[in-house]
Design a protein around this ligand. Sequence first.
Ligand SMILES: [Zn+2]
Length: 235
Amino acid sequence: MEGNTVESLLQLQEMDNVIASRQARLRALQVEADQLVSELKQLEKEKLSRSARLEEVETDLRHAERTVQAGRATLKRLQGRAQEVHNMREHAAARAEVDAARQNLEAAEDDLLDAMQDQETARSALTDLEGDIASREQEYGDRLAELDAERKRLEEEIAIGLDKRSNRALRIDESARTLYDMVRRGRTDSPLAPLLDGVCGHCYTAIPLQTQQVIRAGRVLVVCETCGVILHVTE
Ligand SMILES: [Zn+2]
């Protein structure tokens, strides 16, 4: 094994780390973008429900208005009829009808006031939300555009990085490269670690003296038996 194989693998590792951190950033961007889009969708859903609520209370309001109109007409009719009574008994009966009609009308007027209040509440809830949606659409739209620009830049950088990486890898001894790729597969941290005062620089397990000598000789690549990283000496 050439003495500079470890050096080459360290360079490869550096390239891989840069690519991996850009890929991680790319995933984070996607998560943020998805979050923004889903918040907007949620707001739109809420808007539909508030619109439905407004329609519902407006239906109630029209019903309450009709009830009040009918109540007024009934009262007027009964009052008119009360004018035309012929005796005390009819008078008392007409009076009772008028009183009942007046009570009904008052109840209907109370309902109408409630319905007007409900309409006002539902309308302002919808208007507030629409304002909120408008400002968030602006704000989130700007942020989504930023995220998209960063995503494009990262994708280009990653593509260039991968290209350079594969060119670099081709110039490394095949068995060393194969070992490196094997160690790298399935791990998120670096495949190489320095030998530090007789311990593995990744998992801190003591490395037997004989193995340390093999690592120092630098003729073959040695893998830590505990954590599997490729061990190397540092200058
Ligand atoms: Zn180790």
